[in-house]
Design a protein around this ligand. Structure first.
Ligand code: NAD
Length: 247
């Protein structure tokens, strides 16, 4: 306990899945956590589960809301950009709307949040930014993840650029690249496909060398490490956590 004592952390998409598990892990380790999400009900249930967490509704596609939120904060030491949107399909299945929505949520929001917190981090000479990418990115071509894989590759470029620009000024920036993790949205996507749900779950686990999916907690522990000073020599990296999927 206390690995993040004295740090202020902002987490996006903290209502469910990996973001929620990470907000809880950060709070457990002593951070002051500002948990944000587009889903107010999810935030309310998070605040109920862990009253030490402060919550605030935030849609990462709204640049003005991001600026307003950050202006009202004292200092943010840790930013975890977790929000993301999965569009399923090949390039021929991807229309302009799906393409733009993917960039808007997966890349634009991250750009705006990084821009908003960086001046404060640079002023104080410390900060850790953690960006959610995926193995489906520049690491691995995954079928039917055209727009998703493209945006998650962009996240890696964004991450490494920020890391390079501020490497000597106390601000670190790293990306997390999970394989398939069992989260509520994955369950929704399985249900949305219709048909034999068991068979769909099997198709997810069959492509896993470990024979199982990851858990949100297994990703949260990596985010916790990158947020803490234990990772003080680590910046500009892409951390794969995928049960050996991309190996
Ligand atoms: P999830 O889908 O379970 O939860 C996502 C949360 O994001 C929800 O609470 C939702 O309300 C919120 N959200 C949606 N749109 C938003 C917006 N515009 N602004 C703010 N919040 C918004 O999430 P997850 O599966 O844990 O995924 C989290 C991140 O991890 C995403 O970036 C995703 O691409 C990435 N990722 C997930 C997996 C996986 O298998 N689950 C694998 C690799 C990467």
């Amino acid at each position: 306990n206390g690995r993040l004592q004295g740090k202020h952390a902002l987490v996006t998409a903290a209502g469910a899945g990996i973001g929620r598990a990470t907000a809880l892990a950060f709070a457990r380790e002593g951070a002051q956590v500002l948990a944000t999400d587009i889903d107010a009900a999810a935030l309310a249930s998070l605040a109920q589960e862990q009253p030490a967490i402060t919550t605030q509704r935030l849609d990462v596609t709204r640049a003005e809301d991001i600026r307003a939120l950050i202006e009202g904060q004292d200092a943010i030491d840790v930013l975890f950009n977790c929000a993301g949107y999965v569009h399923a399909g090949t390039i021929l299945d991807t229309d302009d709307d799906a393409w733009q929505r993917s960039f808007r949520i997966n890349v634009d929001g991250m750009y705006w949040l990084c821009r908003a917190v960086l001046p404060g981090m640079l002023e104080r000479g410390r900060g850790s930014i953690i960006n959610m990418s995926s193995v489906a990115s520049s690491i691995k071509g995954v079928p039917n993840r055209f727009a998703y894989g493209t945006t998650k590759a962009a996240v890696i470029g964004l991450t490494r650029s920020i890391a390079a620009d501020y490497v000597a000024r106390g601000v670190r920036c790293n990306a997390i690249c999970p394989g398939t993790v069992k989260t509520p949205s994955l369950g929704e996507r399985v249900r949305a496909l219709g048909g034999d749900e068991q068979a769909v779950w099997r198709s997810f686990t069959d492509r896993q060398p470990m024979g199982r999916l990851g858990t949100p907690e297994e990703i949260a522990t990596l985010a916790l490490y990158l947020a803490s000073d234990e990772s003080s020599f680590t910046t500009g990296t892409t951390h794969v956590v995928d049960g050996g999927w991309s190996n």
